[in-house]
Design a protein around this ligand. Structure first.
Ligand SMILES: [Zn+2]
Length: 481
């Protein structure tokens, strides 16, 4: 069954098939390793992971490349502020990213190139752009892309439709832009190579234009083409990358190769937390660790983050985590029941190789769920269809001979969504220290004795010590703040 996605380039749903008929070349903009990933970044990576799994289960191979941005304005600034060499600083955050990705059951990409390991390819690309008249070196030793030289600039973000025009005679929109990230819709020339500045410290490479470092946009052009060829099938990222990052990637690549860059573009929407935009000042820039410290497992986080359609903004709340936990519990119980009826053991049910052997078969009652995944990656509808099928099967299990088909159909959906239904149950919750448990016990006793003043005082004492007490019907839970 073909798999489709909404292609940002054409603004329409397109069938995503590999040009060579076998292996889909899939490039994703990876993390900037200067701090922990927040759940907004993680959501994009998770949806890319579900997409890759879906393509693989549809019978195709995927060559998944996701880069590491280990040199840019932010990594340099933060490593210098902590007086740690850049390489050492980014290595620590890369490890943290790998740990989070594994906890969330993401398949590792086949290639994970780091920008600092591909300086040579980036310099070559700049050289090509200068030779072709698309870039120029400034007196300071920086090199800029001449936006006015590339007639298709703006085709992805529809920059021109928004009535922002480039000045055909020279750098448009005023001065060339040095910053890696800029928000306004600017037709201004952007930096490919940044001449060394004092605030860069020892972060510096030699180049034909003098010492400096590559601009952020350049690395994705250089690395995607190095691993996937000049034209490849699919490029993904968060919607915030459409402009300028992806627009600039297209310009740099196509101006040099005169060939189409990515054939399709796949963008994931933003996320809000408790109805607000995530920001440092609001204190809602949650990481996986923050959520785990509140007692929620990584699979509940995965479930929430994939439970809205990738083109829809997701509102992340603590309530959605509670709902995800009970949904996972139900799925686990249903999976166990299906396995028992079909006589399939748990290891086989979750084994990728075994599932792949059955993946080409009709998914039985789960076929509608599968179709939702293949049709523009509709994860919420797939989950809805899976629950509907489980409900139907509970009422009417059908002939004994079809139990295996139903179980493998369900295993395929669970595999595509990347849900490890046993992980959270087995993951240890943070254990409260003994004095905290004693305080909580004393508060519970005070409540039962109807000594509410004492109960409140003990609750405040717990809060001061960094623990919240949550009353349940027949007891309480402790949650780290
Ligand atoms: Zn990128």
């Amino acid at each position: 069954m073909p798999v489709s996605l909404y292609d940002t380039l054409t603004r329409s749903i397109s069938e995503i098939r590999p040009e060579d008929g076998k292996t889909l070349g899939f490039y994703c903009c990876g993390p900037t390793v200067y701090g922990p990933s927040h759940i907004g970044n993680l959501r994009t990576f998770l949806l890319q992971d579900v997409f890759r799994r879906t393509v693989e289960l549809s019978g195709l191979s995927v060559k998944h490349v996701r880069n590491l941005t280990d040199v840019d304005d932010k990594t340099i600034r933060e490593s210098r502020a902590k007086s740690v060499p850049l390489k050492e600083f980014t290595r620590g955050w890369t490890e943290r990213f790998h740990r989070d990705s594994a906890a969330l059951n993401m398949l590792p990409p086949h290639f994970e190139p780091a920008a600092t390991d591909h300086i040579k390819q980036q310099i070559e690309l700049i050289r090509c752009l200068i030779d072709r008249g698309h870039a120029y070196a400034s007196e300071s030793g920086s090199v800029y892309f001449r936006v006015s030289s590339f007639g298709n600039y703006g085709k992805l973000s529809r920059l021109k439709e928004r009535e922002i025009t480039t000045d055909r005679e020279g750098p448009a929109g005023g001065e060339p832009i040095d910053a890696d990230e800029y928000e306004r819709d600017s037709g201004a020339d952007f930096a490919l190579w940044k001449a060394h500045k004092e605030e860069d410290g020892d972060v510096c490479w030699e180049s034909p234009w003098g010492p400096g470092r590559p601009g952020w946009h350049l690395e994705c052009s250089a690395m995607s083409m190095a691993y996937l060829g000049q034209t490849f099938d699919l490029h993904g990222g968060g919607v915030d990358l459409v402009f300028p990052h992806h627009e600039n990637e297209i310009a740099q690549s196509e101006a040099c190769t005169c060939k189409p860059f990515a054939r399709h573009w796949f963008h994931c929407a933003h996320l809000t937390v408790e109805g607000s935009k995530m920001s440092k000042s609001l204190g809602n820039l949650y990481t996986l660790d923050d959520i785990q410290a509140r007692g929620h497992g990584p699979m509940a986080v995965r479930y929430v983050l994939i439970s809205a359609h990738y083109r829809q903004q997701l509102n992340f709340t603590m309530d959605t985590l509670h709902a995800a936990e009970s949904a996972l519990k139900r799925l686990r119980a249903k999976a166990d029941a299906l396995m028992e009826t079909a006589g399939i053991d748990r290891d086989a049910f979750y084994d990728a190789g075994t599932i792949m052997k059955h993946a080409g078969e009709d998914a039985g009652a789960f076929q509608p769920a599968w179709e939702q995944l293949t049709r523009d990656l509709n994860t919420p509808a797939a989950l809805g269809e899976a629950f509907r099928a489980l409900g139907d099967l509970a009422k009417n299990p059908g002939a004994p001979g079809v139990a295996g088909k139903q179980a493998w159909g369900f295993a395929k959906i669970v595999r595509a969504l990347g849900l490890d239904l046993h992980r959270d149950r087995e993951a240890a919750r943070p254990e409260a220290p003994e004095e905290i448990r004693k305080l909580a016990e004393a508060r519970w006793q005070a409540k039962r004795d109807k000594d509410f003043a004492r109960a409140d005082a003990l609750r405040d004492q717990l809060k001061e010590a960094g623990w919240r007490i949550l009353d349940r019907k027949d007891g309480y839970e402790l949650e780290a703040l």
